[in-house]
Design a protein around this ligand. Structure first.
Ligand code: PHE
Ligand code: FE
Length: 296
């Protein structure tokens, strides 16, 4: 029998009802995972590794291999931490689930990456609304071995603490950046566009959709533009943003965002599926299957 996560309450937000968990750091209860939990990991791991061949970025695949993750069993955080500590000084900490924003930012600012300790149920194999162990470990952790991306994540945490002290709008701008890079980012490699976003690599459907479907837009990375762009939380993205390299990402985000937030406060948000005149478009989406309402 596996242990159940301790859910504290549900919080009503602009994104609907969101579960709130205890913010405590918890020891990964590794010996409590059931055979079913390990089987869920195995199924998801095998399936995604197959789908991601030729789709995920080189960095993602290489680094995942460096961790020695296998389908055999749910990885142990303390074993992954030994590899991480040597490479970039990041540390995984076990948590019950989504954290309040400020707690999350503070962890990142200190190079601690919160990983949900529990894994989804078999009936949630194809879709789960909230992050679980598979999303966090399989999706987010590999790129923490990349020194440039590791720095970007920490800078994001520091930026989050700062934005939190500026305004709710600043925080919205910053959250969009996270969404369109860390969660749903694409990168241009010599062989073509590849996935690095965790929200994509942990999703069977979106891993194919984001690269192969004619429906979505694929647009060149532009910081201010992304910070104005609304997004989807209940369907595949209408737009994906493409970086040329992780260096481009950190160079663009290194400057102090304070003046940028002030500028953006006077500008309207951009609907998730819009193309802006003059921007670099890799693909103009057909918009097939898009819901009109519901960009957040
Ligand atoms: N430079 C940003 C700021 O001043 C911090 C940041 C870096 C945010 C990288 C996101 C990613 O707020
Ligand atoms: Fe995530």
């Amino acid at each position: 029998m596996s242990v159940e996560p301790r859910r504290v309450e549900n919080l009503q937000t602009d994104k609907g009802s969101v579960p709130v968990y205890t913010t405590a750091v918890v020891e990964q209860p590794w010996s409590s995972y059931s055979a079913g939990d390990h089987a869920t990991w195995a199924t998801l791991f095998r399936r995604q590794r197959e789908i991601l061949k030729g789709r995920a970025s080189r960095e993602f695949i290489d680094n995942q291999e460096r961790f020695g993750m296998t389908p055999e069993a749910i990885p142990r955080f303390d074993e992954l931490n030994e590899v991480l500590a040597r490479a970039t000084g990041w540390q995984l900490i076990g948590v019950e689930g989504l954290l309040p924003e400020l707690t999350f930012f503070d962890h990142l600012a200190h190079r601690r990456f919160p990983v949900t300790w529990w894994i989804r149920k078999p009936e949630q194999i194809d879709y789960i609304a909230e992050p679980d162990l598979f999303h966090d470990l399989f999706g987010h952790v590999p790129l923490l071995l990349n020194p440039v991306f590791a720095d970007y994540m920490q800078a994001y945490g520091c930026g989050g603490v700062k934005a939190h002290g500026i305004s709710a709008d600043a925080l919205t701008n910053l959250t969009r950046l996270y969404w369109y890079t860390v969660e749903f980012g694409l990168i241009r490699e010599d062989a073509g566009l590849r996935i690095y976003g965790s929200g994509i690599v942990s999703s069977k459907g979106e891993s194919i959709h984001c690269l192969e479907s004619p429906a979505p837009n694929r647009i060149g990375f532009d910081l201010a533009r992304i910070m104005r762009t609304r997004y989807r939380i209940d369907s595949y993205q209408k737009s994906y943003f493409v970086i040329d390299s992780f260096e481009q990402l950190i160079e663009a985000t290194l400057p102090d965002f304070t003046p940028l937030y002030a500028q953006l406060a006077a500008q309207a948000s951009i609907p998730a599926g819009d193309i802006v005149e003059g921007e670099k478009v890799y693909q103009r989406g057909t918009g097939e299957g898009w819901a009109v309402e519901g960009d957040v």
